[in-house]
Ligand binder design. Sequence first.
Ligand SMILES: Cc1cc2nc3c(=O)[nH]c(=O)nc-3n(C[C@H](O)[C@H](O)[C@H](O)COP(=O)(O)OP(=O)(O)OC[C@H]3O[C@@H](n4cnc5c(N)ncnc54)[C@H](O)[C@@H]3O)c2cc1C
Length: 390
Amino acid sequence: MNTYDTIIIGGGPSGMMAAISSATYGQRTLLIDKNRKLGKKLAGTGGGRCNVTNCGPLEDVIAGIPGNGRFLYSVFSQFDNQDIIRFFEDRGVKLKEEDHGRMFPTTDKSMTIIQCLVDEMIKFGVTIATQTEVVSVKRPEDRFIVKTKDQTFEAERLIVTTGGKSYPSTGSTGFGHDIARHFKLEVTPMEAAESPLMTDFPHKRLQGISLDDVTLSYEKHIITHDLLFTHFGLSGPAAQRISSFVSGGETIYLDVLPNHSKQDLEALLDENREKSLKNTLKTILPERLAEFYCDGLPEKGKQLTHKERDHLLERLKQLPIPVTGKMSLPKSFVTKGGVDLTEINPKTLESKKVPGLHFAGEVLDINGHTGGFNITAALCTGWVAGSLHY
Ligand SMILES: Cc1cc2nc3c(=O)[nH]c(=O)nc-3n(C[C@H](O)[C@H](O)[C@H](O)COP(=O)(O)OP(=O)(O)OC[C@H]3O[C@@H](n4cnc5c(N)ncnc54)[C@H](O)[C@@H]3O)c2cc1C
């Protein structure tokens, strides 16, 4: 039997940070992951560049985590987004801020972040077992018995960081929820969050167009962020954020020029009456989108009837887009739901029922927007779960 003080199941951002923290506290620590490489999902974030955190003020970070972000006040009082930034910079990893406070390594490579976490684990003597899938966890007395296909490990403390149920090809298949249920902890229903939207829209001809800081709205929800037209509908942060409020059958509205008022656009059309409408719109929109808005309209601005002009302005500021559905949980970026937070001590992330059993990261019922908020939650909860609280 291999005996440790702490065993961590799951080598994503939360598990790696939990391992570093645990080892820093002098615990003999084992990190187990079933993948060949650690941080497989993390590697794919931010388009492969690793959106390691968000540098906004704490209130903005909490607001960026609409799924139970407020539970994290106690965690963030111990380790927050600024600590993440310091953690990497102290270890020689330079970070840069991009739009909306998103932080990336200056190398633009996820590997820089993952390697830093791995180096730190090695420095503190963490034992790392990759290509090792945990198949059962038991606690016959006061120690956890963790079994893989051909090995058995034992520890006083177990930290479960197995992620949610999105993108199961990265390893997050919901095993941690089974562990929680085994120990009779509640698990809230899981559903897709931060999902691309399927729309009834001429998306094929707009496919590939990406727009910075446009506004999508649905009822009282107004999101201004980047948007991407895809072969099935809409993706990118604006679509993913509005996905929390729709399921299919609703109409959302796109303001493609939120920084231009209707009056600004009227003035632009007036100034360019003699010119081709398409060329006028091309000065403020990508060419293919300008063509789309000109569909069925006369060639020159001055040829527009009042009705056509009003309709064009209306569509530029409030284009109706019928939503037909959103991507399923496995194809969504984030999982809403997970281990019920009423089961968990917010200061230590330990189960209230089972001493020594901790949960961190997306396995918990916490979900944030993409933009570094989930990764922040994963790294910070990982650090706290790995810490010893005397
Ligand atoms: C395409 C994509 C883009 C994203 N972009 C962003 C973004 O820009 N910003 C942001 O904040 N978030 C983003 N996210 C979400 C973010 O990546 C996750 O919230 C984060 O990785 C969760 O970290 P975690 O450590 O909790 O779990 P995970 O990263 O999912 O890691 C869980 C690990 O547990 C292992 N595991 C599971 N079961 C077992 C078992 N039985 N035995 C051994 N190992 C096991 C898995 O192999 C896996 O490595 C994105 C997600 C996706 C899919």
